[in-house]
Write a protein that binds this ligand. Structure first.
Ligand code: PRP
Ligand code: URA
Length: 209
């Protein structure tokens, strides 16, 4: 079974509370999501493998560490996942970015795919799949399925808010994928929205409502 990492850092919880407030507009919402994504990225990348390298400082030669291998790819689920990319890239500027286009059918709540473009060497990279909302888990589970079909084995799911139902679904479908969230909320309502949640993340990010 995968591990669920919940970030209870005061800065993250404070910023998330402002994001939840219905009076917070798209500009501040976007900025806060970027800031939280940077803070989360620090912990999400904690286990990246290192290799020893030799560096000549102005004083002497020394053995020190750099990140080994092909590093990361960040894969946002469109649209709302886009809001987490810049915050993570602030810490890992060389990460490649893939995109998966999915929307949730409002009647069936099932994910519908409309786009998928991953880096050509995605299978050699650790994949950070990002989407602020893990509700039923249908979108994230389907996206992980697409990524696995491309040969990727090392995948982490990074979300802002999760419902217990979404965590359960992803853990059942993909027990090898660790989940990182800022908060686990209470439940889903009858429309599949997270309660208390923050509403529709894509609409609030892009001002489409
Ligand atoms: C939202 C959200 C997730 C999905 C979560 O996207 O960003 O992708 O719903 O729901 P689930 O866990 O029940 O699948 P939405 O489908 O509203 O598309 P959008 O980002 O384009 O608004
Ligand atoms: N998608 C969102 O944007 N918000 C929810 O609460 C559930 C799905």
């Amino acid at each position: 079974m995968s591990t669920v990492h919940v970030f209870d850092h005061p800065l993250i919880q404070h910023k998330l509370s402002i994001m939840r407030d219905e009076k917070t507009g798209p500009k501040e919402f976007r900025e806060l999501l970027t800031e939280i994504s940077t803070l989360m990225a620090f912990e999400v990348t904690r286990d990246l493998p290192l290799k020893t390298v030799t560096v000549k400082t102005p004083i002497c030669e020394t053995q020190t560490n750099k990140i080994a291998g092909k590093k990361l790819a960040i894969v946002p689920i469109l649209r709302a996942g886009l809001g987490m990319v810049d915050g993570i890239r602030a810490l890992v500027p060389t990460a490649k970015v893939g995109h998966i286009g999915l929307y949730r059918d409002p009647k069936t709540l099932e994910p519908v795919e409309y786009y998928c473009k991953l880096p050509s060497d995605a299978e050699e990279r650790e994949i950070l799949l990002v989407d602020p909302m893990l509700a039923t888990g249908g979108s994230s589970s389907a996206a992980i399925g697409f990524i696995k079909k491309r040969g990727c084995k090392n995948i982490k799911l990074v979300s802002l808010i999760a419902a217990p139902e979404g965590i359960e679904r992803v853990q059942k479908d993909h027990p090898d994928v660790d989940i990182f969230v800022a908060h686990v909320d209470e439940k889903l309502n009858e429309h599949g929205y997270i309660v208390p949640g923050l509403g529709d993340a894509g609409d609030r990010l892009f001002g489409t409502k």
